[in-house]
Write a protein that binds this ligand. Structure first.
Ligand SMILES: [Zn+2]
Length: 279
């Protein structure tokens, strides 16, 4: 009997530890180890949509935990019952704008300039706040030095433009509010109203806006390097239940180099980092 245990024990241990190690790796491939430890509990508490982590092998224990989570959570794309005005001014780089906190309809930045002043391709069509241009210029120059092409496909949008944008998506999707709320912000809730947020694309996908950006050279380079220039991806993969939006690999918001670096070092997503300064 004893020799049987000797053979089966290592096998048992292997089946127990291997899936955890693999899951850990899958989650970690886009982030740092620190981030997973710190934010794991957020994800476990509120995640509903598991489509993004379906590749991860699930052990018996994990699937039991997930069932419990689903019954406790609400739908991640929904707006809360109570909506508040932002606690900081729209001019403040650290103002939290999300599904619960909206900008006043009257807010518009006063220092808008053409995005092309940063040297970004297609920039002549869009406006951004002057405060972000210097760092954006550095990022564009460094990306070029690394053989990366970046273009801009959306930037500042006024409150009224967001009214039109949201209605456009509603009309296009048979007034399916739930679906549209997964990717388009209602007026006042859009980071684009800040003038510090932009949507990137690249020549690799013909300057198109959308999911294909994630797998381009530019998309990968930005995901790794944007924080060094003060930019953060607002709606990262796997954090839908925290941000309220589906993964948007192209949508970045500028919060300044000091802040973005601090958020990176604390392994925090933009949403959680800003909550720390606003709530
Ligand atoms: Zn965007």
């Amino acid at each position: 009997m004893k020799w049987k245990i000797l053979i089966y024990m290592p096998l048992l241990l292997l089946t127990f530890f291997l899936p955890f190690k693999t899951a850990d790796y899958m989650i970690n491939k886009d982030t740092t180890k620190k981030e997973v430890t710190k934010e794991k509990e957020w994800v476990e508490k509120s995640i509903v949509d598991t489509t993004d982590i379906e590749e991860i092998p699930i052990t018996e224990t994990e699937s039991t935990q997930k069932e419990e989570v689903v019954t406790e959570s609400s739908n991640w794309w929904e707006y809360p019952d109570e909506i508040f005005e932002t606690t900081r001014s729209g001019d403040d780089l650290l103002v939290l704008v999300n599904k619960q906190y909206k900008l006043p309809s009257t807010y518009a930045p006063k220092d808008l300039v053409l995005a092309s002043t940063s040297g970004i391709r297609r920039g002549e069509n869009y406006s951004l706040r002057k405060v972000i241009i210097e760092d954006l210029k550095k990022m564009i120059n460094d990306s070029k030095d690394n053989g990366i092409d970046l273009s801009i496909v959306s930037a500042y949008r006024s409150y009224q433009t967001q009214v039109d944008t949201y209605n456009y998506w509603l009309n296009k999707n048979n007034n399916d509010v739930e679906y549209v709320d997964t990717f388009s912000a209602r007026p006042g809730h859009s980071q684009h109203q800040l003038g510090t947020t932009l949507d990137f694309s690249t020549n690799e996908i013909g300057d198109a806006l959308g999911d294909s950006f994630a797998n381009t050279k530019a998309g990968k380079w930005l995901a790794e390097n944007a924080y060094k220039y003060g930019f953060m991806m607002s709606y990262p993969k796997g954090y839908e239940s925290i941000t309220g939006y589906k993964f948007e690999s192209w949508h970045y918001r500028y919060i300044g180099v000091f802040n973005a670096t601090e958020a990176f070092n604390q392994a925090k997503t933009l949403e959680l980092y800003l909550r720390g300064y606003n709530l």
